[in-house]
Each structure stands twice: as structure tokens, then as C-alpha cells.
Design a protein around this ligand. Structure first.
Ligand SMILES: Nc1nc2c(c(=O)[nH]1)N[C@H]1C(S)=C(S)[C@@H](COP(=O)(O)O)O[C@H]1N2
Ligand SMILES: [Mo]
Length: 293
């Protein structure tokens, strides 16, 4: 059974982040539009990063340069958003327990400050970055994505974050990397990311099963060889490297043809690439997706 969303503790809202982003907002607004009026317009975005109807009142994250309304290509307009309560109390975060309500109960023990991210591997300059420095690098934008867990349940979540591609460019890997649609999330529903959802930094790859969405990232390692992920190591015949959402390829223990959308009765048909085929299917055009699951 789901517990009600806990009141956000005041430390969840990082004052430094809000302060820093407000300054950045003013700077970006000035740079991009060059007028005092534009700066004023920017400041209004700060206050209407709309929280969920059922989200407890809390200051919104400052959103610089991109209005906190998902652009059409990053929205799921015909499918209702999963409630804030469900998004933050029905979680997979095995470090904090195996039941769905364990992370919401236990993740308060996660200390998200200080927080360092190690950048290693085939990159111009291996180094360690402090989360509060990294958070100043990019404007935040809202993207509403479907999320489909390999366990055949799904949600629709309004994330707040920045494109992984922008981060990768800034880290200067020596090889060529290409990223479509992929977001690094630092918030959801216009608020700071709760610990149970992977604070302070979490990957969102909407066309892949949820287990590719690494929570609470501490290291980014650029490699030229395909790494093995934890779930592959745990059970390679059940969880593959690609992990593309695919209704035609069943999990060995259950069908992937349909899914339970949290908060809805009945089931929905699972869409190829979780509904993002138009954007990403060509990346896998030459692949046998039964072998490369
Ligand atoms: N570090 C870590 N990240 C993780 C997991 C985990 O157990 N540990 N579970 C994954 C799985 S299986 C899913 S479905 C999503 C769930 O994200 P949510 O709880 O924010 O909905 O997180 C993914 N990221
Ligand atoms: Mo999952």
C-alpha cells in the first residue's frame, strides 16, 4: 500500500541551488535577450514551475532560460501524469530496500551534500566535479517522459534537468558520442529531486527500461568497450545491455506486451521504444533486437 508523500523536509530544498540559479537566470536572461524587460520575464518562470496538484507546497527550483513547461516534443499530452505521491513513494532503489515503499522510508539516510562526481576514462581531463559547481553549468528544462520498468509497470513523470549531451560535450570525451532525448534529472514536478528518486543527479533514458536510469550518480566513466551493467551481472539472460522497451521480446518470466500504469485501472499496451520509436528506432536499425535485448 502506498503511503502519503511525506512533507518535504526543509533541507530538501537546497537554498544554495536556488540562489545560484537565480543569479544565473538573471545573467542568462540578460545575455540572451539583452533587456531589463526580458530579465523580468525570466524571473516569472522562477515562480511558476508548477508542482503537482497533490505535491506539498514548497519553493520551486529556479528554472533558467527555458520555461518550466515541457516543449511539445518532450511532452506526453494525451496521457495523465502519474501523481507526485506515486512517483515519490513507489520506487526501485535497491540500495534502500527491495519493497516499493522502502526507498521513500529509508533514503533520508542518503547524504547528498557534499557530493562529488568522478569523471574518468577516455576524456581529455579526468577530474572530480562538485555537484554544486555542476548545477551551475546548464539551464534547467522540464521534460515529461513515460517511464517503463522492466517489471511491466510504468509512469509519466515531469522531470527537471538538462540534456546528458550537453554534459558530455562539456566533459570533452576523446571519442565521438551521440545522445538523443536523454536527460540528467535534478528535479521533478518543479521541485528538487527527492532522495528516493536518485538525488542529487540521476539519468533518464525514456526509451529504455527504467533500470538504465542510474540514480545518485557518483562516477561517469567514458569507455570504448561496452560495459556490463549491474542487472546484466545479476542475471544476464533477463537483463541485456540495450534494455530497449520492446513489447515483442518477453522477459523470461513474464510478458512485456502490456504494462500497468501506476494510478490507472487495467493495463496499457506497451509501445515499441516506449513510444519514442520515431526519435530513436533508427539507432538500432541494423540490430536484431531479440539478440540485442
Ligand atoms: N542506484 C540505483 N538506480 C536505480 C535503481 C536502483 O535500484 N539503484 N533501480 C532502477 C529501476 S529498476 C527503475 S524502474 C528506476 C525507478 O525510478 P523511480 O523510483 O524514480 O521511479 O530506477 C532505476 N535506477
Ligand atoms: Mo525497473
Amino acid at each position: 500500500m502506498l503511503k502519503p508523500a511525506p512533507e518535504p523536509p526543509s533541507h530538501e530544498i537546497t537554498p544554495e541551488l536556488v540562489y545560484v540559479r537565480r543569479r544565473e537566470l538573471i545573467r542568462n536572461g540578460a545575455r540572451i535577450l539583452g533587456t531589463a524587460a526580458a530579465v523580468g520575464a525570466g524571473l516569472t518562470w522562477l515562480v511558476h514551475a508548477a508542482p503537482a496538484p497533490d505535491a506539498p507546497e514548497a519553493p520551486a527550483i529556479a528554472v533558467a532560460t527555458v520555461p518550466p513547461v515541457a516543449a511539445a516534443e518532450y511532452d506526453v499530452p494525451d496521457e495523465p501524469r502519474t501523481s507526485y505521491q506515486s512517483v515519490t513513494t513507489y520506487n526501485n532503489f535497491y540500495e534502500f530496500g527491495l519493497d516499493k515503499d522502502d526507498p521513500a522510508r529509508n533514503a533520508h539516510t542518503l547524504q547528498t551534500r557534499p557530493w562529488a562526481i568522478e569523471v574518468a576514462g577516455e576524456v581529455r581531463q579526468p577530474r572530480t566535479i562538485d555537484i554544486d559547481d555542476l548545477l551551475k553549468w546548464f539551464p534547467l528544462e522540464e521534460r515529461v517522459y513515460r517511464m517503463r520498468c522492466v517489471e511491466a509497470w510504468s509512469m509519466v513523470i515531469p522531470w527537471l534537468g538538462f540534456p546528458l549531451g550537453d554534459l558530455v560535450k562539456r566533459l570533452e570525451p576523446t571519442g565521438n558520442a551521440q545522445f538523443v532525448l536523454t536527460l540528467i534529472a535534478v528535479g521533478l514536478y518543479g521541485r528538487m529531486l527527492p532522495n528516493q528518486n536518485g538525488a542529487p543527479l540521476r539519468l533518464v533514458v525514456p526509451w529504455k527500461y527504467g533500470f538504465k536510469g542510474v540514480k545518485s550518480i557518483v562516477k561517469i566513466n567514458f569507455t570504448s568497450t561496452q560495459p556490463r551493467n549491474s542487472w546484466q551481472i545479476a542475471s544476464p539472460h533477463e537483463y541485456g545491455f540495450y534494455a530497449n522497451v520492446n513489447p515483442a521480446v518477453d522477459h523470461p518470466r513474464w510478458s512485456q506486451a502490456t504494462e500497468r500504469r501506476i494510478g490507472e485501472l487495467g493495463r496499457r499496451k506497451t509501445l515499441p521504444f516506449n513510444g519514442y520509436a520515431e526519435q530513436v528506432a533508427d539507432l538500432y536499425a541494423d540490430m536484431d533486437l531479440r539478440v540485442n535485448f
